[in-house]
Design a protein around this ligand. Structure first.
Ligand code: GLC
Ligand code: GLC
Length: 808
């Protein structure tokens, strides 16, 4: 399926943007280890090392007009006409434009008047550098005399200071120039132990480092002075706004081309001046013939190897492309960046979220098991000894963020979910004994299992009048602030209000507790610790009894009890009568299983919350501000938590449908929010068709169906879990892989390749009786198996063939 603005090239694992004026900038991420770049389809975006707040290398102006107007730019001056291969910033009309977003790279090609320029942006694996491979071709009949100008705008590293503290920063900027190497050295004279190199592998004929000189004080980047004048000015900046620009002069005969590269590198510097010898060596390395292509081939090979571990062939095209490429690419981005840096997250406000990153792990532990292990330990170390957690931490320092603090009473339970998912995937129970201190007990060495138990104890010790968990500042729904009562527009809903002594309770946390307690009980069973298992199961039963006794409202589960003890999300409510989160989590926690309430609650979701663009978070939308409910009622109806289609919750419902064995509903709910299905209504949807959005405007909004806040959302991980473990039913378990599908009965079958603990499982599922699920027979390498658990292969096997026949 092709859209107006682009199409999927599935074989190449690329999304091809065919015109630059997309409804919103369409983003991709560069980088995989420490150096990351945001790169839009016109080259917009910025680069940072590890931490977009504290180590930002290049600048970006959020909230600018036009949107997305700073980036990695190359200006071409061809006989006085100035253009950019990525269209922006000059927007000079192009004869041809194409952007290919791939995994960890973006390739932008533009052509005009017989000149073709191709830019390939990527970060070579293991390197702290972004490489821009540049190819310039003369495709016309006459010789060409071209002048090219590169452009990046340096950020003075501390991004918040850089965009607020001008009285200081405008007197600190410094650069050093060494031929083709421009070093941004601000702060190196005092305490910084790093600088940025922007270099070129081809000999330049000029350079600029002052924005005032290159652009002109009264100009925009689209009319930058130097490219239009056709000559660099050799400016050396002192304070103000340091930039990096090279002038390159090219004479090209018809039919000839030249290839070279720009390199943007982060260099650790022991001294107080740039180590130019090291910079020269780096540029020389990439100037070697084939070096850039080899580095790019290594990047492609890395992704091929990663993705080969999980592939599907099934009747649904969107499922294939999402699972095989894009959903796995997005979970890598959320793993790397949490909610820090996107076009909608400024890279300053939020670091790594505790609940966010724990959920992100669920989607990508199969891709990055070792890094997942470290992430779990890093997260645990920001938990406090009373079980509460710092809500966010800074990736550079790994220290909890004191500004936002803690008191979100769901946070700790997600650590159990991520730890169990990690052990199921890897079999590595040694992580439980890993010493990891609490944030408030410096040097403490309790183990990870202790942290999990502390979380369980915290929820048990903090229950309200209905026996349900207290909510604190908020649970997963950050905007349901039952203890905030804010009347001051200048305070943050996230931190205002006092949770001490409050009696507000959350049904959603109750459901999450059920899930977590059962997970931990199963882990104890696996460890052979029957007593601990029984203890957790009895805590489970106690909570389940409270949920069933207090939280059922007749046709769905209540959402909460507010600070005054009133039911929230009840048929008695005029606004906010039914919320999706408590339906999802009570059902995922095992409530309503025997008494039929799970099925009833899901029917209510379907009847009252489902739309063709996905499931709305709450109905009816809140039409006015309710201080006793907080931020959720601050949004206009249909937006964000106030009755937006908050996509994160949708795969939870997909998983619920799978529990109930409803294969058609499960797939429908996956596809409803799936970006790839939005190509045929892209003018309304606007966001990238290859990355899930956090939110799709709900039916109450003025722009229903509009995707917002794409890329960094927990939707990515949950959608992949719902698709792979729920619908396709390939579930990592402590002792092996369980195959337990829930597919549309119309499917004849499908095939999954899944790497699990170093062994590749080729799983063929046949559906001759056209059912949703239920496994009739499983054979493993030709031998029939009792049950549906394929034991983890032992004895040096590399490939295992599994045949599954559905039908009861
Ligand atoms: C900057 C100013 C200094 C001021 C300080 C406070 O360093 O140069 O005058 O006291 O900021 O933020
Ligand atoms: C945002 C937050 C996440 C929260 C969700 C719902 O996505 O990052 O932590 O759970 O909103 O409010």
């Amino acid at each position: 399926m092709s859209g107006l603005y682009g199409r999927f090239d599935d074989a190449a694992r690329e999304y091809v943007v065919v015109r630059p004026d997309t409804p919103l900038p369409w983003l991709n991420y560069l980088g995989q280890d420490d150096l990351f770049g945001l790169c839009t389809n016109t080259g917009g975006g910025y680069t940072f090392w590890r931490d977009p707040r504290l180590r930002r290398l290049t600048r970006y102006r959020y909230n600018d007009a036009p949107l997305d107007s700073v980036g990695r730019y190359l200006y071409v001056n061809d006989g006085g006409i100035v253009w950019n291969p990525g269209w922006k910033p000059t927007k000079t009309p192009l004869d041809r434009y194409e952007c290919r977003h791939g995994l960890g790279y973006t390739r932008i090609a533009g052509a005009r008047d017989g000149v073709e320029v191709e830019l390939l942006f990527f970060v070579p694996p293991g390197e702290d550098a972004e490489v821009w491979k540049t190819t310039v071709r003369n495709t016309g009949a006459a010789p060409k005399d071209l002048t090219l100008f590169s452009y990046v705008e340096f950020c003075l590293y501390q991004a918040l200071d850089d965009m607020t503290n001008f009285q200081r920063t405008y007197s600190t900027g410094e650069v050093e120039i060494d031929d083709a190497a421009i070093y941004h050295t601000t702060g190196l004279r005092e305490r910084r132990r790093h600088c940025t190199l922007f270099g070129c592998t081809r000999e330049p004929s000029g350079f600029d480092t002052s924005r005032d000189a290159f652009v002109g004080v009264h100009n925009g980047l689209h009319e930058a002075a130097v490219p239009f004048a056709g000559r660099a000015r050799g400016s050396v900046v002192d304070g103000w706004n340091p930039v990096g620009s090279h002038q390159l002069d090219l004479q090209l005969e018809p039919g000839t081309e030249e290839t070279f590269a720009f390199v943007l590198a982060y260099l650790e510097e022991p001294g107080t001046v740039a180590d130019t010898a090291r910079g020269r060596a780096l540029l020389a390395r990439y100037a070697e013939p084939g070096a850039v292509d080899d580095a790019f081939a290594a990047l492609r090979a890395r992704w091929d190897e990663l993705l080969a571990g999980f592939q599907v062939d099934c009747p649904d095209e969107q499922v294939r492309r999402m699972l095989n490429t894009w959903n796995q690419s997005q979970v890598t981005a959320t793993f790397n960046l949490s909610r820090s840096a996107s076009l909608w997250e400024s890279g300053i406000g939020r670091g790594m979220g505790f609940r966010d990153s724990n959920q992100d792990l669920l989607g990508c532990v199969h891709l990055v098991p070792e890094r997942a292990r470290q992430r779990i330990l890093d997260l645990a170390s920001t938990q406090l000894s009373d079980g509460t957690c710092f809500h966010q931490y800074q990736p550079l320092t790994k220290k909890g963020n004191a500004e936002i603090g803690g008191g979100f009473f769901d946070d700790h339970l997600w650590l159990i979910a991520s730890t169990c998912a990690y052990i199921k995937e890897t079999g590595d129970t040694s992580i439980l004994a890993e010493p990891v201190g609490y944030a408030d007990v410096p040097g403490g060495a309790d183990d990870l299992l202790h942290h999990l138990e502390t979380g369980i104890a915290l929820t048990r010790a903090n229950r309200g009048d209905h026996g349900l968990p207290l909510i604190g500042h908020a649970d997963w729904n950050d905007c349901l602030n039952l203890n905030c009562f804010s009347t001051d527009p200048d305070e943050s809903f996230q931190t205002a209000g006092d949770v001490e002594g409050s009696r507000a309770e959350s049904v959603m946390i109750a459901g999450l507790f059920l899930y977590a307690a059962r997970e931990l009980a199963a882990l104890y069973a696996h460890l052979g610790r029957a007593e601990d298992e029984a203890r957790l199961l009895s805590a489970y039963d106690e909570m389940l009894a409270a949920v069933e006794a207090e939280a059922w409202d007749g046709a769905w589960y209540l959402r909460a009890f507010d600070a005054a003890g009133r039911a929230i999300g009840s048929r008695e409510s005029d606004e906010g009568r039914i919320f999706v989160e408590s339906q999802a989590w009570c059902v995922l926690g095992g409530a309503g299983g025997e008494n039929g309430r799970a099925r009833r609650a899901l029917a209510s979701v379907q009847e009252l919350l489902a739309t063709e663009d996905g499931i709305v978070l709450v109905q009816p939308a809140f039409t006015r501000y309710h201080p006793e409910l907080g931020e959720i009622t601050s949004y206009p109806p249909g937006n964000k938590e106030n009755a937006g289609i908050f996509c994160h919750t949708n795969p939870w419902i997909t998983l619920c449908w799978c529990l109930l064995g409803e294969g058609d509903r499960a797939l429908d709910s996956y596809l409803a929010i799936c970006p790839a299905t939005k190509q045929d209504r892209i003018e309304a949807y606007r966001s990238e068709p290859y990355a899930f959005a956090q939110m799709i405007a709900g039916p109450d909004a003025r722009t229903p169906g509009e995707g917002r806040n794409s890329w960094l959302t927990g939707t990515a991980a949950w959608a992949l879990v719902a698709l792979s473990q729920g619908i396709l039913g390939v579930k990592p378990c402590y002792d092996g892989l369980r195959v337990d599908p829930c597919i549309p009965p119309g499917w004849d079958g499908y095939r999954v390749t899944r790497r699990f603990r170093g062994v590749v499982y080729e799983i063929d599922v046949r559906n001759p009786r056209h059912v949703s699920g239920g496994v009739r027979a499983v054979t493993v390498d030709g031998r029939e198996l009792a049950g549906d658990l394929v034991p983890a292969a032992a004895g040096g096997k590399k490939i295992v063939h599994v045949d599954v026949e559905l039908g009861r």
